[in-house]
Design a protein around this ligand. Structure first.
Ligand code: ARG
Length: 463
């Protein structure tokens, strides 16, 4: 290769251009072009600041600012030709700017490096995704809230170990997910507040001798303040890791409801009917309606958590400050963000569309001796029995019912008395599932009145 083929941006000391394999491993343009809008916003803020500080002339800044908008429209219009030889989005944009405006383009990189530039671009990109995640989570919360409101008093079995435990209300179950998603929201908001410091102006790693105004660029880009340590500013990827952590936890929550939907929509459960819009058929079995979206959401945690592990592994043990290893941050975060947004949207659609099968839910709620705890509580309250004894007596009654092939409410008063002579007929009042859920009025309990109070609280919180 001749010197002419060396890199136009940094090739001054090179006699030859890179090997094709070097170019392939080095280039990030294949994926970091997704940050074009952020890169151009950062460069425009930087150029305006350089002019305001008298570091470049106003006319150069004007040419740069307008030229960058032209580049942006070329990229958005799909006419921009990305070059692998120019490595990344930063150099692709700058090279094209030079084609368009000529010499002033070369002044843009004054007092700046690709190290603070990439940290800034990536932060802006992640910040947008945090905002999108917040919106997506809020939409899903509203879908769960509608279900909770409609079904505040519908009974269904509550499970532990996936064994029928006690009757609960549909609304209560839906609100459990609203609580989880509410914590997800606060995690994304916390991450956003913590990350919102601007790396731009840290330059390569040590700051710059040009009289830049970092407050001005920070403000122009919507940051709360400039990052206070230039070494940290270019070395930090905590914001990406926090985004991935919050995404992993959220995806884990989604996977749990996805799993419930898979179970609930099966022929054995029939707790819910998923809409045709969010189901698929089988190419061989005509009767099938498969919960594919739920299954895929259940699986997305794999790649999102995988991205988190991958980026932690990249960052672990890296000496300060920037190392090229860090270029491996973006694809992980891009993929995780795409996966999370899609999963949130699909889950929102499924939850909005799903129909609870109330008779099936109620029948299941009443089976499996689900009101045994209510019976034990009755023995404690009415006969002043210690709970441990009441538990034992109830166990005998469950065994009796099981041997007779019936459920607790179908036992006769004689059956009851054969186990404990002081039991009176009003015991039957507590054995019905509606009475059972209505009685659980403790704060945060499953009673319809508690559910309605929590729905009202969430509606106020969410505005
Ligand atoms: N493409 C690089 C990345 O994504 C940009 C920063 C390169 N900086 C450097 N000194 N080589 O990390």
């Amino acid at each position: 290769m001749t010197k002419d083929q060396s890199n136009a941006m940094w090739g001054g000391r090179f006699a030859a251009g890179p090997d094709a394999i070097m170019e392939a491993i080095n280039a990030s343009i294949g994926f970091d072009k997704r940050m074009a809008a952020q890169d151009i916003a950062g460069s425009r803020a930087h150029a305006a600041m350089l002019a305001a500080q008298g570091i470049i002339t106003d006319s150069d800044a004007k040419a740069i600012g307008e030229g960058l908008l032209t580049v942006l429209s070329e990229i958005e219009g799909g006419t921009f030709e990305f070059s692998t030889a120019l490595e990344d989005i930063h150099m692709n944009v700058e090279a094209r700017l030079k084609d368009i405006i000529g010499e002033p383009a070369g002044r843009l990189h004054t007092g700046r490096s690709r190290n603070d530039q990439v940290a800034t671009d990536f932060k802006l990109w992640v910040r947008d995704q945090i905002d999108a995640a917040i919106q997506g989570i809020e939409a899903l919360m509203r879908a769960f809230l509608s279900q909770a409101e409609a079904g505040a008093d519908w009974v269904m079995p509550g499970f532990t170990h996936l064994q029928t435990a006690q009757p609960v209300t549909w609304g209560h179950h839906m609100l459990a997910y609203v609580e989880m998603l509410g914590r997800d929201l606060s995690r994304f908001r916390d991450a956003r507040a913590r990350m919102n410091e601007c790396p731009l102006g840290a330059a390569a790693l040590a700051g710059t001798s040009f009289p830049i105004d970092r407050d001005m660029t920070a403000q122009a880009l919507g940051f709360d303040r400039p990052a206070a340590n230039s070494l940290d500013a270019v070395a930090d990827r905590d914001f990406a890791l926090e985004f991935l952590s919050a995404s992993s936890i959220c995806a884990m929550h989604l996977s749990r409801f996805a799993e419930e939907l898979v179970i609930w929509s099966s022929a054995q459960f029939r707790f819910v009917v998923l809409s045709d819009r969010f189901s698929t058929g089988s190419s061989i079995m005509p009767q099938k309606k498969n919960p594919d979206a739920a299954e895929l959401i259940r699986a997305k945690i794999g790649r999102i958590l995988g991205a988190q592990v991958a980026l932690f592994t990249v960052m672990k043990g890296l000496p300060l400050t920037y190392s090229k290893d860090m270029q491996e941050d973006k694809e992980q975060v891009f993929d995780a963000a795409d996966s999370l947004m899609l999963a949130l949207a699909a889950m929102t659609g499924m939850v909005s569309d799903m129909t609870a099968n109330r008779p099936a839910l109620e029948a299941a709620a009443a089976s499996g001796f689900s009101t045994a705890t209510d019976l034990a509580d009755w023995l404690v309250r009415s006969l002043n029995m210690p709970f441990r004894d009441a538990h034992h007596v109830t166990g005998s009654l469950v065994a009796l019912a099981e041997s007779k092939g019936c459920d607790l409410p179908e036992l006769t008063i004689e059956d009851m008395k054969s186990v404990h002579e002081h039991i009176t007929p009003d015991v039957f009042d507590v054995l019905g599932v509606h009475n059972s859920v209505a009685s659980r009025v403790s704060y945060g309990g499953t009673a319809p009145e508690q559910v309605r109070a929590q729905v009202a609280r969430w509606k106020t919180v969410m505005g």
